[in-house]
Design a protein around this ligand. Structure first.
Ligand code: AMP
Ligand code: MN
Ligand code: MN
Length: 301
């Protein structure tokens, strides 16, 4: 099971659910993830089995299952080279490159986890508490706790099914949306201080860098939700957070649904969804600001 860099609850929850189900039918399973499991996802079953090390004795017919990424490069540069025929791509991103020999890509799914639930139906997998916890985590992550527009009646029905199967919604809420570290809140204050507006107040952007992390004691994991605060300001249609850590600038984009951010991110070489997308840029911050503005303007901001 392969998850993407800077993992979230969807890529990891979907991979863990599949891995746990496959182990039950006697398959040998390993979890590859280049970055460590974020603090707030360590409660997931099997999270402690995840590693960037790949066993040396994998057979030639090993199936590499990529969850929640529009291209295999999102798995990171530590991923060993492999043949396309060994790749299964399970995803819900717009513009998925169908990089696998097998591609199970359903852009109308709210999360990769709900695509995995479809597979489970076909495989007649019984959803127990562990699987339910992983799967409800994928839904709650990618719907922003049932707030984003991908929260359809069907998604709520699936979530109810998972709660009945034993998923602890309170725990997931606490781990993913509450439990903020004080350092994270101090960092949020700094990002808000740096907030700027453009396009008649329809665009809000800000930035974080290594110095701001050092001043507040926060780290990259503490920045994951910050862009949503920018998006939540009155009149804002698009928000961008430019995260300049370790010599690169990761841009996180969020929209209220008017501007297509997958298209804007694709102009910069990145990807994502209509309302949430991203890209890693290199070079000075002001150039990144200009590139972001250019791509968003071209998409009608
Ligand atoms: P983030 O802002 O990091 O939470 O990412 C929002 C969405 O954009 C997610 O669906 C990511 O998969 C996608 N995304 C972020 N960065 C990139 C990138 N460099 N290339 C392709 N997709 C990305
Ligand atoms: Mn993801
Ligand atoms: Mn996802």
């Amino acid at each position: 099971m392969v998850s993407h860099v800077k993992p979230d609850g969807d890529t990891l929850g979907a991979g863990l659910a599949l891995g746990i189900a496959l182990k039950r039918i006697g398959k040998r399973v390993h979890y590859f993830q280049q970055d460590p499991v974020p603090r707030n996802l360590r409660f997931l079953p099997d999270a402690l089995c995840v590693s960037r090390d790949v066993p040396a004795d994998l057979p030639g017919d090993t199936l590499w299952v990529f969850c929640d990424m529009s291209d295999y490069s999102r798995a990171g540069e530590f991923l060993p080279k492999m043949q396309r025929e060994n790749m299964l791509d399970i995803d819900h991103h717009l513009g998925n490159s169908h990089f696998g020999a097998f591609n199970f890509v359903i852009p109308t799914e709210c999360s990769t986890g709900t695509a995995v639930m479809r597979l489970f139906r076909e495989m007649r997998v019984e959803i127990d508490r562990d699987l339910a916890t992983c799967l409800l985590t994928t839904i709650m992550t990618d719907t922003g706790g049932f707030m984003h527009s991908n929260t359809t009646p069907g998604v709520l029905e699936l979530s109810a099914e998972l709660m009945r199967a034993g998923a602890d919604k309170e725990q997931i809420t606490e781990e993913i949306f509450a439990n903020k570290r004080i350092a994270a809140t101090r960092l949020l204050g700094r990002v808000i201080d740096e907030m700027r507006f453009a396009h008649d107040g329809r665009y809000c952007y800000s930035h974080v860098d290594d110095a701001m992390l050092a001043q507040t004691g926060a780290d990259g994991e503490d920045t994951e939700d910050v862009v949503n605060v920018l998006r939540g300001q009155e009149g804002v249609e698009v928000a961008a957070l430019f995260k300049a850590f370790d010599g690169e600038i990761r841009v996180s984009l969020r929209s209220n649904g008017r501007v297509n951010l997958q298209a804007a991110a694709a102009r910069l070489g990145g990807g994502g969804h209509f309302r949430a997308a991203g890209r890693t840029l290199y070079g000075p911050r002001d150039e990144a600001f200009a590139a972001g503005d250019g791509a968003l303007s071209a998409e009608g901001l």
